[in-house]
Every structure is written in C-alpha cells, then in structure tokens.
Design a protein around this ligand. Sequence first.
Ligand code: GLY
Length: 311
Amino acid sequence: MSVILVHGSVETKTDPPYIQGLETAALVAQQEISCGRDRLSAVEKAVNELENNPLYNAGLGSVLNRDGYVEVDGAIMDGVTGKFGAVAAMREVRHAVSVARKVLEESRHVVLAGSGATLFAREQGFPADNCITDVQLASWETAINLKRSGKEVEFSAFTGLIKESDTVGCVLLDDQGGLAAASSTGGSFLKFPGRVGDTPYIGGGIYASSHCAVACTGRGEAFISTLTAKFVEEEIKSGLHPQEAATKAIQRLYQLTGEYGGILVVDRLGRAAAVHNCDSFPVAMIRNGCIEQVPLVQLSSSRPDTPQPQT
Ligand code: GLY
C-alpha cells in the first residue's frame, strides 16, 4: 500500500487551481514511486512542484519579510533512518526542500541557516532566485505604505496581504512501509529578517518515524514551542488513530498558545488525517495510485474566545 498526502497550508484558498496544484504535486510523488525512486525523492519532488507554483507560499511566490525580500525554510525527514535535514532563513534559493535533502545526505550537519545555507546551496549547484512575484511585491508595497501612513494593516500573518497561503508539505507511506515527510515555506508575511518558523524544527513543524509522518502549517512560533509534530507522533505511538492524535494536537495547540494551524499525517497502517482550526486547509491524497478524498476535520469548536488552560 502507498499513501501520499500534500497540503497547501491553512488559510489557502480551495478554488480549483489550488486543489489542482496539490493534486499535481501528489501525482508527481506517485510518479517518483512508480519509477522506483525512493520515498525521499517522492516527498521532495511533490514539494518542489508546489515551490514552483506561485499560488503557494513556498519557493517562487513566497511572502516578503519586513525589509522586502524572501527568506525560506525547508525540511525533510526519513522515518526509516530517522535522518533529518533542514535549512532556515535562506535567501535567493527556490527549492528549500532540496537543499535540506542535500544537508541530510551530503553534509555532516543537520540544519544550515542564513548566509551559510545559501553558500551551501550554491556549492551544491542551486541557482540564484529571489523567489519574488509581482503579486507578493504588490502585497508588500501595499502593507508598507499603509503602515507608513499610520493605517491599520489587515493581513493574514501566515499568508500575506493578498495571497492566502502558508507552508506546503507532503507526507508519505511507501509500498515497503517506509514513511517520510517534507515541508517548505516562505514563512510569515513581514517577519523580521532572520525569523525562523516551525518548518525546520524537528518535532515542531515536521516529524517522521516508523509510526507516522507529520507535516504542520500555521503560526510557526506556536508549533515550535509546543513541539506539536512530535506530540502527534507520540500519541499515535501510544495507540491513537491519526485523526484522534491530530485533533488532540490542534486542541492542545490552541489551549497552550491561542493559535491556529493544520496538521497532515499518515501512519504506518496507511491511516490518514488532515485536521485544522482555520477557515480552510486544502489537501490532496493519492492512495494506491488513485486520488481519494482526504478525511478533513475542521475544529471550529476549538475556537473559544479565550484560550483555555491545559488540562
Ligand atoms: N508555518 C510556517 C511558519 O510559521 O513559518
């Protein structure tokens, strides 16, 4: 059995182009598997597809930071070997997930950040790319002009002023029972230069083991401080169904931080879940080569006016 899930982040639109983009990415992963390539290639290429699609906040089309440029985070984890690679706050490179894989496979390190990550990417042959689109530049200019004129700036912190998208991710169970996860993001709109989200934090925004593969999206700071991806894995390991584990994790995230987000997960039995407490969370799934509906859970009831203490 093989199961591939991809997400386009919470608060991303669910219009046909956004869903088609996700289905295309899942099909790319399926093709990798069908051609005999390994699970890391499958999750990497699915995320590459989304990094090339300017509809999503990853690679080309990433949101701009406070100073008007793009810094990307990316990560990849192999549930079979437990190996992890990541890049953080990296400039001028489109495919953060592929550089993360090179960190995992070609370096003695686990995470590279900032100018060192860019230097490593260049040495590995990745071309220069500022990842800025006209849409995102216009978003940034509008926000900055509003701020300068002292006006309230209305935008999604995950996603930017106009374009609605955050992190992208892929989780996978392959025919041999191996699990893997990968994520890529432009992070949060108008973030301080050097800010790093949850994507490159092992156990924060991403995790994979022999039990499950997990990819998160939402306010990175909240996912880091609650180690939400690892929490999901622990709950599945202790016997919960992925849907119960992800639901518990989103409720806990809200109780602890008052924040919102989404979790995509597949376990070693091929049970999949996508749970969120936002307005939208577009996802796509391919099971045994066929596109299927993802069992999506929206926790609207987990939005009390005041965060509740943890029980
Ligand atoms: N979830 C992506 C970020 O906060 O950077």
